[in-house]
Design a protein around this ligand. Sequence first.
Ligand code: FAD
Length: 556
Amino acid sequence: MHPLKPLASLPTHEVTNMPPYIGDQDLWADDVALREGVAREGAGWAVEHLADFGSSTGTTENFDKGEQANRHHPELRPYDRHGMRINQVDYHPAYHDLLGHAIERRVPSFAWSHQRAGAHVGHTALTYMMNQVEGGLMCPMAMNYSAIPSLRTTPTIAEAWIPRLLSTEYDPRDIPVTRKTGATMGMFMTEKQGGSDVRANSTKAVAVGAASGPGAEYRLTGHKFFCSAPMCDAFLTLAYCEGGLSCFLVPRWTPDEERNTLMIQRLKDKLGNRSNASSEIELQDTWGVMVGEEGRGIRTIIDMVQYNRFYCASSSSGLMRQALVQALHHTAHRSAFQKRLIDQPLMRNVLADLALEAEAAIAFTLRLGRAIDEAPKDPSAAALARIGTAIAKYWICKRAPAHVGEALECLGGPGYVEESMMPRLYREAPLNSIWEGSGNVMCLDVQRAMTREPAAIPAFIGELEAARGGNAALDRSIDALKDALDDPGDFELRAREVTERMALTLQAALLVRHAPSAVSDAFCASRLGERWSGAYGTLPRGVDFDTIIERAAARD
Ligand SMILES: Cc1cc2nc3c(=O)[nH]c(=O)nc-3n(C[C@H](O)[C@H](O)[C@H](O)COP(=O)(O)OP(=O)(O)OC[C@H]3O[C@@H](n4cnc5c(N)ncnc54)[C@H](O)[C@@H]3O)c2cc1C
């Protein structure tokens, strides 16, 4: 609990009917859907670590640090006091503390340092919990996690970088990486003339010596319009060389221990995600080394993008969970018209609907985590992971802003005030829907997976069929979806509608198989029913509101 009690007795009035501080949260123990999902999807062995993480992460102190890190924005310090170019960014100490907390507890490294089934499921749970406290530090955490497969394509680079990226020591010093105990990784692909369309990139790379290809040295010239977390020790990027668009690793320091010419031009003034510095940079004959095959840059970096997309789904699930927790707490302790808000029928409809959305989101991401775990040995799991990641990135990230907005409204006026944390969650919510592939791009990626990966649709349908017979609305939805997938006409035009239907049917199938019937029945009756508008609080009569709310509100 919060250590200090405020003074409720003021000279002019007594403060009443205001909820107590929410206090420390146990992000693991209080979250029934998370605990069940982790056990179900194969990470039961990680429970001790996850339980310790949940209780040590959801502290008032950490939530306060998230607030401070957002209030005191990072500042660009391009030059030192002697006028020398240093390209540094100064962060509030709270930001460093939270990054240290995450790295020491393996948020970015868990999946790769446990070579066993359930590792990516455990990673999902860590990301989901950490993101509830502060989203701005998750960008470098996601990049550290997702860069590993791309780096593995080039053994010399993998040997030099992977052990440091998997280190459990946070070392923020701006010094050559060989002298550091741990490292962080970023990525910059987006240029002014092309973000989604990276083939429009104009950055050029020229080989330094006679050698070219994987592991060879290059000099890069051009710009990047978005480079988040620019204090990372290295970045993966794309540039054109003789053999075409290729992937490069660009470190802050060259192997000669010179500052690399990674020129930060300015920091972006963003809607949210304010603790994380997002910058524009210029590459001025900047030293880099090629990763993966020449001319196959998109192929090399796409693994990183794919894991980042998975991260987006996990972290948006976490945002929705925290928004729900805040709404449940407030409404349980606030009364209007002689009744607690949480007991008002229409508020119960809103809260239960928010709870369904949050549970469906984490069930989907944990199931994806298992598919990623199984992918190396199981082509069908790999196909499900491929198409499922695009579907989850689209739908879960798309649902988050409206979800957080509705939860904010449950707090009434105080929800619109910064101290409540809701504005910070609300500003964070649209971001996962934009970076790593915006909504339309994700739906087109679903289409790409369908046409290029013959195993994708069979794997996806197989997952749905496993739930057949459990709910009549679900059965009808599976049949309708099959018809929609069999119809190739105007697919690009219909891509959002089909992807949404795929997401809802898969979420319903998971809940029918694994959640209490109160949850799955309500989900199917609303999302797969005839008149669902997508607005929250429109669950039909007959829903078991008590069970759904009690399950979500384990702590209150
Ligand atoms: C806070 C923040 C941090 C970021 N950090 C990084 C970073 O560290 N590194 C990095 O590389 N990038 C970063 N980005 C950039 C981000 O990945 C891009 O902005 C994003 O991929 C979209 O690219 P774009 O901005 O060029 O938009 P565009 O590509 O111009 O797209 C604009 C809109 O058009 C849609 N669209 C595009 N193509 C099609 C199509 N064929 N059919 C229909 N619709 C289409 C998109 O879905 C989008 O809605 C960051 C962005 C933000 C907001």
